[in-house]
Design a binder for this molecule. Sequence first.
Ligand SMILES: Nc1ncnc2c1ncn2[C@@H]1O[C@H](COP(=O)(O)OP(=O)(O)OP(=O)(O)O)[C@@H](O)[C@H]1O
Ligand SMILES: [Mg+2]
Length: 269
Amino acid sequence: MLGDIFLQTWAIANQKGGVGKTTTAVNLGGLLAEKGYRVLLLDLDPQTSLTSYFGVNSDEQAFNIYHCMTHLEWDAKGLKERAILSTGVEHLSFISGSIALATIDRQLDQLQGKGFVLSKMLEKLQEYFDYVILDCPPILGILLINALAVCQRLLIPCQTEYLALKGLERMLNTVHMVAKAGKSDFIYTIIPTLFDRRTLASVKALRTMRDKYPEALWQNVIPIDTKFRDASLAHQPLNVFEPETQGTHGYRVLIKHLLQGSIKGSEAS
Ligand SMILES: Nc1ncnc2c1ncn2[C@@H]1O[C@H](COP(=O)(O)OP(=O)(O)OP(=O)(O)O)[C@@H](O)[C@H]1O
Ligand SMILES: [Mg+2]
């Protein structure tokens, strides 16, 4: 099952909202594409922020990730022709999200192997892509369970502020729960985001994270950078929109770390 998938799948998840999940998915995707890898972004969030990021209205898409997950009979060609969209950036494609994803738990409820729907779908696409990046919703449900079942890496963006630390604990509980249920072959890394070194709140939160999660925490930070908003208005990853800004630099350091031969992070089990 999972062993058959050669392409690398990274899930970006945190049950806390607004911590930089979509920003991380778009920007890691942009940087992998810049390196020449063929990248597919999946918008798994019923809010469809990633889809909007690329200037696409999910309501206007005849086929989206909901259809892909509920039509497992579609082959690779069918998936490509129906659902895979261009971001306008070379090597970077995406599948649109949908408000209908909010009902997918009910839709898949009776299905045998409902936790492996994404695994089955992505298996078909392995010839076409090198990396798949999953932008997960901030809710524990079948979409997050599917994402954790298929990924080799889980990246957990966490805003460097006090309230976000509580959300992080909840996410880590989910990780350990999934691991206990027998799925433990992904490694996870916590990514401190929206770091503002001028504020005590940011500095303190980062210190707490370093004390509490010495193994799983990436030792660098993604800084706060207003250019992220400008890049989203231009529907481009930041490395395309503004290659030299601090935010791009932050994600460049992160991608270098993630692509290093030795995989660092924590085992989920
Ligand atoms: N490093 C950053 N510096 C400045 N703004 C940022 C940064 N990261 C994210 N943002 C902004 O913060 C907001 C929330 O980010 P994003 O949408 O990536 O979070 P999210 O975790 O995906 O949220 P949701 O849970 O709603 O899906 C966006 O407006 C985004 O442009
Ligand atoms: Mg999001």
